[in-house]
Design a protein around this ligand. Structure first.
Ligand code: GLA
Length: 727
């Protein structure tokens, strides 16, 4: 997998190669990333030239410049004017750096990044290349780690800075990866959006200059996902070359693609240098968050499959085979803050016999919380609403055959709360200035251990007392007033990273103490949908937008990087609370079926016919659940390009598949679409329900399934279940 053939290293996965070389002047040069190549002598590649306004360096007889070379981990100030991956300031305050090769090591398995989410460390079939470089100006060491996951066609990367110099240094920028491509003939694909319309797919052509995707919100954000893809111009969902980059991190990031004057492209992803800087004392070290990179020549679906496999096979709780995703009903859109013993008991009575696994009691059960203006941080039961703690509710829940789940927003504090009265300094704030509220709330300084301890104790008490089996973990605002009253002046810019490490430590501690509790991530819906959270929590509430039609784009876009096993979708009431749209109960159910499934409505207020449908939908989800958890997901028809959105799940053994096609609008006299399945056994026959016919896998993939918009039905959804038949 990792081959060292001096001066080259070849990092090979099943279908890809990544090639690096060390030059005679000890600079690390990037040679190739993409499809598999032989371990050839690549000395012929990237021949150097001398160019105007690109400062010269002499390498033996050759005159060249860092500015035109593909570099493996570029720095600032020694002739490369493109984006540096690393900027480290020495004792004298200067940040001119030059990295030279020192040594390398091939490790079996991976190195552990302390206090951070990451892909499995102890993996038998993974090797890690660790290349140590030394900065010849400031005097620190850099270790570049490349972990090669052969089967998933992914390589993870992290970077360690070891302060081997004589005094304190400061890291002002540290990308987790940097890759230089010799061409700029790419489209850049990102997942952008906003609250209630997360992760819409955006594709644009690259041109000279820098395209930067980032968050400085203290979370990975609704607005931009920590992901970037570079695709060949003609790459489609099913074919063509595409590179994908993603950061395993839940706070500020920056991803960029820079096209230089010579038409090459540099890609980086890592911590956002605008809100990050780290002082490193002599002898200390720092490790960057882990990044995942992948290449596929099988289009965007191929790239997505690699990300999905990495998550399902190797990412903490998301890869834990003992985890079962329960089918839930949540009371949020049914009752909002209006809850009491009576209201919730009635709600539960209405759910009786529907086959739902878990009831989740959402926001409003604690402190004196009657609206969003108070009580965050007071994680004790509101006795005005619930007379006997939550015992009545929990007992009633169990009597109705459901487990009990509950909502927390652990990182927050309301000004109007007991916690604030006791610890007014625990919120993130600038001394002497009123912190900026958002949704009437402030953020706890999770970089402080005593804050994390206090929240842990409160949560643990509730979990134990009520035998909680499920926690929905929310995060309903972004960070302002950045910094901490406990950090010295020269460490204030470490705060966002320390904040998220504090959050991770709380998540880890809860996972360790309550391994049987199931955690669902949430941040005003999908405002923190990233691999960092998915390490601790196997699923995330995809969006606060529960409108089935809007969900088509959200779920389709989210699947670019994240597997269906990570997404949650609920059937909610109509007219929809976010968009005001009315969509049939059937379409609402079917659109949600590709995710971890559930309900978020007042069953008692449904028409009898709709209530009856729930049982059928629940049974349907039981039948589809294995596909959701383990199946291969294909995007078939894009809702960003067409009125028809279609996707498919295929079982690992190709015995079963599920195709779902939904119209985003009404169109009079619309044509019939033929949706072509993917990933089936071409040589086998499949029975197609509800068409009642048997067709070859080849026919289904080449000719397709007929999808005709029924007359006078808006937002129609057609689902096909395919089952292999033996002839
Ligand atoms: C966020 C979540 C919702 C709900 C509310 C409660 O917006 O995304 O699902 O839990 O908070 O306040």
């Amino acid at each position: 997998m990792i081959l060292h053939q001096e001066p080259f290293w070849f990092l090979n996965t099943k279908n890809t190669s990544y090639v690096i070389r060390v030059l005679p002047n000890q600079t690390l040069q990037h040679i190739h990333y993409g499809g598999r190549v032989s371990a050839d002598d690549f000395s012929y590649y990237n021949v150097f030239q001398d160019r105007a306004f690109s400062p010269r360096i002499l390498m033996g007889p050759i005159c060249t410049s860092h500015d035109i070379m593909p570099l493996e981990y570029p720095t600032f100030g020694r002739g490369d004017f493109r984006a540096p991956a690393l900027r480290v300031e020495g004792l004298d305050g200067r940040d001119v750096n030059e990295l030279q090769y020192k040594s390398y090591e091939i490790i079996s398995g991976k190195v552990h990044i302390p206090r951070m989410p990451q892909l499995d460390v102890n993996v038998d079939d993974v090797q890690t290349l660790a290349i140590t470089l030394e900065d010849v100006i400031v005097g620190y060491e850099v270790v570049l780690y490349y972990s090669v996951f052969e089967n998933e066609d992914i390589i993870t990367r992290t970077v360690e800075i070891r302060n081997t110099s004589n005094g304190a240094i400061r890291i002002n920028n540290i990308a987790s990866l940097s890759v230089d491509f010799e061409s700029a003939d790419f489209d850049l694909v990102s997942l952008e959006g906003s609250w209630a319309r997360e992760r819409h797919i955006c594709r644009r052509a690259l041109c000279q200059g820098t395209t930067s995707l980032e968050s400085r919100r203290g979370s990975s954000s609704h607005q931009m996902n920590p992901f970037l893809a570079l695709a060949d111009k003609h790459t489609s969902e099913h074919w063509g070359g595409v590179y994908g980059f993603s950061l395993i991190y839940s706070a500020d990031f920056k991803a960029l693609a820079e096209v230089s004057q010579y038409g090459d492209t540099r890609v980086q992803i890592g911590l956002n240098p605008e809100t990050f800087s780290w002082k490193l004392e002599k002898g200390d070290s720092f490790m960057a968050p882990e990044a995942i990179m992948t290449y596929s020549d099988k289009g965007f679906n191929g790239m997505s499959h690699n990300f999905h496999q990495a998550c399902r096979n190797h990412l903490g709780k998301s890869a834990d085979p003992s985890v079962k995703h329960p089918l839930v009903i949540n009371n949020w859109e049914a009752t909002y803050f209006n809850m009491s013993d009576e209201i919730i008991k009635q709600f539960l009575d209405d759910c009786k016999g529907l086959g739902i696994d878990t009831f989740v009691l959402d926001d409003g059960w604690f402190g004196r919380r009657c609206d969003d203006s108070s009580s965050l941080g007071d994680w004790f039961v509101d006795e005005n609403k619930f007379s006997n703690g939550l015992h009545n509710v929990v007992n009633h829940c169990r009597e109705n055959g459901m487990e009990f789940g509950i909502w927390f927003e652990p990182e927050m504090i309301s000004r109007n709360s007991r916690l604030f009265e006791e610890h007014p300094d625990w919120c993130i704030h600038c001394e002497g200035v009123e912190p900026i509220p958002s949704r009437n709330q402030l953020v706890l300084d999770m970089s402080r251990e005593e804050v994390v301890d206090h929240i842990f104790e409160q949560m643990a008490k509730i979990i134990r007392e009520y035998n909680v089996s499920y926690i929905k973990w929310d995060f309903n605002r972004n960070l302002t007033d950045n910094g901490s009253s406990t950090l010295p002046a020269d460490r204030q810019k470490e705060h966002t990273h320390r904040f998220v490490m504090g959050v991770y430590s709380l998540m880890q501690r809860l996972n360790d103490t309550f391994p049987e509790v199931f955690f669902e991530g949430c941040s005003g819906g999908g405002g923190r949908f990233d691999f960092g959270i998915l390490y601790y929590m196997p699923q995330i509430w995809t969006s606060d937008d529960t409108d089935a039609v809007e969900r088509l784009k959200i779920q389709y876009g989210t699947s670019m990087v994240y597997p269906t096993s990570a997404m949650v979708a609920h059937v909610s009431a109509c007219p929809n609370h976010q968009t005001g749209r009315s969509v049939s109960f059937d379409t609402r159910g079917e659109v949600a079926q590709m995710c971890n499934y559930g309900y978020e409505l007042h069953v008692g207020k449904l028409a009898t016919e709709e209530k009856e449908k729930i049982k059928g939908q629940v049974a349907r989800h039981r039948a589809l659940d294995e596909l959701v958890q383990k199946g291969t997901f294909y995007r078939l028809n894009s809702p960003f390009d067409s009125i028809l959105c279609a996707w498919e799940l295929v079982s690992e053994d190709k015995e079963k598949a599920y195709v779902c096609a939904t119209f985003q609008t009404a169109m009079p006299n619309a044509k019939t679409f033929y949706v072509k399945a993917q990933g089936l056994d071409a040589d086998c026959k499949y029975y197609v329900k509800p068409l009642g016919i048997t067709l070859g896998g080849d026919t289904l993939m080449q000719a397709g399934l007929p999808v005709r918009m029924p007359d006078a039905v808006e937002y129609a959804c057609l689902a096909f279940d395919l089952e292999k038949v033996s002839e």
